[in-house]
Design a protein around this ligand. Structure first.
Ligand SMILES: [Zn+2]
Length: 125
């Protein structure tokens, strides 16, 4: 049992720079958990919350779904994915769960929902 959702804990979502920030919206975590439950495979979170410094170092845009401050909640994750079968499970579950911002890279899938960012999009890296 995770401390943010059934299958997700703070240590997975916290900013990787070591600053310790972890401010994720409840609606995002609910959607991510639903996706995880529907996909029914383990999710390895590569990147969740990113403080402004870490976001910049990662090359993230200022409007990144990951960007996190005390007043801005993270609404994006990168999930490690190397296999075509897992990719289908994660993407189809994400769409069923209502994600409308999906990024597909060779080694991960981005799921985001910041409402100021474009919706109904799938992009590739
Ligand atoms: Zn940080």
């Amino acid at each position: 049992m995770g401390d943010l959702a059934k299958d997700f804990s703070k240590w997975e979502m916290v900013c990787k720079c070591g600053c310790g920030i972890c401010n994720v919206s409840d609606s995002f975590m609910a959607k991510l958990q639903l996706t995880r439950t529907v996909a029914n495979i383990p999710f390895e979170i590569i990147s969740g919350c990113r403080c402004p410094v870490h976001n910049k170092n990662e090359g993230g845009k200022e409007t990144s779904d990951h960007l996190t401050t005390e007043s801005i909640q993270c609404e994006g994750v990168d999930i490690r994915c190397h296999y075509s079968g897992d990719r289908l499970k994660i993407i189809s579950a994400a769409i069923m769960s209502g994600f409308r911002r999906i990024g597909i890279a060779k080694s991960f899938i981005h799921l985001g929902m910041k409402k100021d960012n474009p919706q109904d999009v799938i992009w590739v890296y």
